[in-house]
Write a protein that binds this ligand. Sequence first.
Ligand code: ATP
Length: 457
Amino acid sequence: MKKIVSWSKRRGFVFPSSEIYGGFSAVYDYGPYGVELANNIKKNWWKRMVQENENIVGLDTSIFMHPKVWEASGHVDGFSDPLAECKQCHTRIRADHLLEDAGIFADEKMTEEEINQLLDENKDKIKCPKCGNKGNFSKVKKFNLLVKSNLGNFTGEWEKDSVYLRGETCQGIYINFKNVLDSTRQKIPFGIAQIGKAFRNEITARQFIFRKREFEQMEMQYFIHSEMAKKNYKKWREKRWQYYLDLGIQEKNLKWHQHENLVFYAQEAWDIEYNFPFGFKELEGIHYRTDYDLKQHSQFSGKDLSYYDPQKNEKYIPHVIETSVGVDRTFLAVITDAFKEEDLGDGKKRLVVKFSKSLAPIKIAIFPLLKNKPELVQKARAIYNKLKSKFMCEFDDNGNIGKRYRRQDEIGTPYCVTVDFDTLKNDTVTLRDRDTMQQERISIDQLDDFFQKEFSD
Ligand code: ATP
């Protein structure tokens, strides 16, 4: 993990937020290559979910919503983590994490009292991860994860007018269910997809971008008749698993986890876990949420959110299958999976990040062999100028060629093109493959076709 964190900063993928002010806990910024990778992840997800599915449409809803949305969703009352304070070092820690580290499972539905009892019963096993203190913790308090804002609060009465930054993107989908139905020709079953920021007052800021306070979700809500839900739920689980294989993630690093303790409205819930540097943890949740969400919003808004099927002459509140994944967790999984330190023999090593071609931030790097030979530089620039409108390219004339290759390996660029003295004679260039490190000659007028095929995804 340490290696990935330091590489992320050194190579411009992830920067800690507000670093010049000493940092800002659990908030991170994406650097020049990080933003390319994150954009590619989002583009890829959108293509798979929206573009390739006739019955899925997209939305982009606001971060701010009517405060009632969060009452209806249950977040105002129920969206909380149990927090305990170490009496020795005063660090506040999630009690369910303390218990989990000791091999004890705390159910989300447990009350403060029940968690306190568990902590008490297992005193000798529970240890502060910061200072090592055993079993000496304050009583647990539940802490709401919603992030409050003072938007439009002109009365100064904080509690009365609470507006929240959204804690998940799917609520924006539920409250627009009717709008989508009325403005498109979609019929049940159909899905609505959205990518956007979500905010949570996460207590434990740990594990790098795995748990952020401001993060991005890619969610799809599939609206369906209850009779069809089970079958489609299985289909979506299979599709989402395949999606990760298609992203180039190794199957051995993926695992299913079925929730044993379901929230009361869910019928079935599975997560896809990824083998992060700190172990298998949730990457995506695929949950069968029944008709809970639309029912709640119908009730709280007083608007009828049912669906009318004219063929069957049936009116009902659709059930929902949700697929929900974080951009940031996908980012971390993709990097973990692609990050390789290869032994080249003779004590030589190389760091290479083997991103799939569709996710690589830079697709092609173009070099003149020497920067002080204008005819080489001109030719390399001409190739760069031609390719850059179709592919994300980088021009580099800095340092020796070996160093430039190593730099591109470290940011995961699949191909490097070098213009050398032979180019001036016969219009061919050296094409170097990141993974095999093989080099071949290819004529300049074939480059376009070659890359079109390679990056056709
Ligand atoms: P966890 O149990 O790890 O806190 P969760 O069950 O609360 O996650 P969901 O509410 O199901 O997560 O959110 C769906 C997805 O959003 C998660 O699978 C994850 O990929 C992403 N996600 C949730 N919380 C965070 C966060 N704090 N930082 C980054 N990504 C997150």
